[in-house]
Design a protein around this ligand. Structure first.
Ligand code: ADP
Ligand code: MG
Length: 602
């Protein structure tokens, strides 16, 4: 029996465009999707910095057009290309309180995770420490590790990483399995905002077993938006003889309008796109048909179908043996995508019974309940997932990738392969670990490398064992051992160079705490200002009452009028001297005056 985690763990779908948090509800034996402070069940994965505050979620998304340079969205834990010699992580530069600050992707993701944690804590009314976080199935080793690090910065212990389509299959299967009769093959099609994933699973009683997975971590709804943006930029150029492609604000506003139009085209056949004063005071007004939208995106839709075909062939399940095709992700609402998928499966009906936007968080919450102690009535379920990418080492002489663990192998897995030294008198053998599907090692993603020292003076052909081990989260450890005349060496890859160090994570946790305090301070100040504003309003109203001044002494009315003048000064937007203590002190004073006034005037 696996170890159980203390407390009630939640499930978090950390999406590229929307995130969602859910928790197992033992009373009702089902999952509750938790709504955020705006009452929404999904939260935009947006982070923004303005002159005086940090915003996360809906508030950040809503101010994007006005502040595009300081708004981060589509933040993916990119596989930070690890090319030999390039150690620098990509950093995002943003302006906060008039200062340039640099953030790495993990930090931005951690802010979204923090928001989701707070949403859950407000609902559960208790601290949330543990979470199951979902990632696109096609995420690589570095992206998975980065997700765990992002959790740590957000104060969340990521107890398990599960793949998004697998989580969606749990949501689907849990609901339907009582109707299943024996084994059932499920095809999950998850087309989101920035990523595309497909998985084939077999559900057999309590066992959910992934057979194959495939995808593209850079393909999704935002690409469709971009195509439409480019289309209209060209149109604008033709009409107005100006190129707006270098103007971030204009592009951002156009993109927002295009995203809206795209959604409308999922149920209408034509729609308009209007942006007032798009560039140099020129209004933009145009329209686009569903057919045009499909035409400009057809190659991307076809790419999705190629991935579908490749996943199916990897799984060795026949097309005709797929029982259910399940749709997940906002972009799978696009009619053309559904048509192509349905054609691929020879006219089979697509399952739309689960909620496209919530299924992933739903499945994550089920897995969280299984792994933590705090729940009753937890469903029985065993999950078996697979690796998305092949893993191997560079074979010495030929520089080809020698695969140790082929893609779509069940995890957890441990595999040892025997190699031998290639030269006489080797002092050390380089072991370079790669992930990917290309034949030449260098064409794949280098995960890390190390040297294994050998017995001095030995001839070539000395045996050495390389062991690859992948845990439940899909995270890899590699060790190597030289077996010559009883001597052994063993090295394990622990920290990839693009991964954050413990020290860096600690520093970011401290920074996150600072931001949190500043956010709270900002909110408190906003609250006091609004309190002050309404108090002034109420006092003024009270003073309007008939004969009020006759009930007050001259000193009393002087004092009240002075206090109102001071408050109005404090509320003045141009007045920079707004220390929260000063504001609070004045609010207290005004409130007691208001109370007195009420007592005196009845
Ligand atoms: P992710 O998991 O990557 O965050 P989601 O599954 O939440 O993404 O899907 C978000 C994407 O779905 C966005 O690109 C959004 O524009 C797109 N989308 C949402 N509704 C529709 C719709 N009705 N038609 C087309 N695309 C849609
Ligand atoms: Mg998603």
């Amino acid at each position: 029996m696996a170890r159980k985690y203390e407390g009630r763990a939640v499930g978090i779908d950390l999406g590229t465009t929307y995130s969602c948090v859910a928790v197992w509800q033992e009373q009702h034996s089902r999952v509750e999707i938790i709504h955020n402070d705006q009452g929404n069940r999904t939260t935009p994965s947006f982070v923004a910095f303005s002159d005086d505050q940090r915003l996360i979620g809906d508030a950040a998304k809503n101010q994007t057009s006005a502040n595009p340079e300081n708004t981060v969205f589509d933040i993916m834990l990119w596989p930070f290309k690890v090319v030999a010699g390039v150690n620098d992580k990509p950093m995002i530069t943003l302006k906060y309180k008039d200062q340039e600050k640099q953030f790495c992707a993990e930090e931005i993701s951690s802010m979204v995770l923090t928001k989701m944690r707070e949403v859950a804590e407000a609902y559960l009314q208790s601290p949330v420490k543990n979470a199951v976080v979902t990632v696109p199935a096609y995420f690589n080793d570095a992206q998975r590790k980065a997700t765990i690090d992002a959790g740590a910065i957000a104060g969340i212990n990521v107890i398990r990483i599960i793949n998004e389509p697998t989580a969606a299959a749990i949501a689907y299967g849990l609901d339907k399995r009582s109707d299943f009769d024996g084994k059932r093959n499920i095809f999950v099609f998850d087309l989101g905002g920035g990523t595309f994933d497909v998985s084939i699973l077999t559900i057999n009683g309590d066992v959910f077993e992934v057979k194959a997975t495939a995808g593209n971590t850079h393909l999704g709804g935002e690409d469709f938006d971009n195509r439409m943006v480019n289309y209209f930029v060209e149109e604008f150029k033709k009409k107005n003889k100006v190129d707006i492609s270098g103007n971030a604000r204009a592009l951002r506003r156009l993109r927002t309008a295009c995203e809206k139009a795209k959604r409308i085209l999922s149920f209408a056949f034509v729609t308009t796109v209007d942006v007032d004063s798009l560039f140099n005071g020129i209004d933009f007004s145009s329209s686009i048909s569903r057919a045009k939208f499909e035409e400009i995106n057809m190659d991307l839709f076809n790419e999705c179908m190629e991935i579908v075909a490749s996943c199916l062939s990897d799984s060795k399940v026949y097309k005709s043996d797929i029982d259910d095709v399940v749709l997940v992700g906002g972009s799978s609402r696009i009619p053309k995508v559904q048509d192509l998928l349905q054609d691929f499966f020879k006219g089979k009906d697509l399952c739309k019974s689960i909620n496209l936007d919530e299924a992933v968080a739903y499945g994550a919450a089920v897995q969280a309940a299984i792994l933590s102690e705090g729940f009753k009535n937890v469903p029985n379920l065993v999950l078996r997932d697979v690796t998305a990418l092949s893993l191997g080492i560079e074979a010495n002489v030929e520089c080809i990738l020698d695969v140790v663990i082929p893609r779509n192998t069940s995890v957890p897995v441990k595999k040892t392969k025997r190699y031998s030294t290639a030269k006489d008198n080797h002092c050390s053998v380089p072991i370079k670990v790669y992930e990917g599907e290309r034949a030449r090692a260098a064409d794949n993603n280098l995960l890390g490398s190390f040297f294994l020292s050998c017995l001095p003076g030995a001839p070539r052909g000395q045996p050495l064992d390389v062991c690859f081990s992948i845990d439940e989260n899909g995270i890899l450890t590699v060790s190597a051992k030289e077996i010559s005349t009883g001597n052994m060496n063993e090295i394990t890859i622990t920290n990839d160079k693009e991964r954050l160090s413990t020290f860096e994570i600690k520093k970011m946790i401290e920074e996150a705490e600072t931001y949190h305090l500043e956010d709270q301070k900002f909110l408190r100040k906003a609250e006091v200002i609004s309190g002050l504003d309404s108090c002034v309003y109420n006092i003024k109203n009270a003073l309007q009452k008939k004969d009020v001044y006759s009930m007050l002494t001259y000193q009393e009315s002087e004092k009240i009028n002075n206090a109102i003048t001071v408050a109005m000064n404090l509320l003045d937007k141009n007045n920079q001297q707004k220390e929260i203590d000063v504001l609070e002190g004045h609010l207290k004073q005004l409130n007691s005056m208001l109370e007195n006034l009420k007592v005196k005037t009845g």
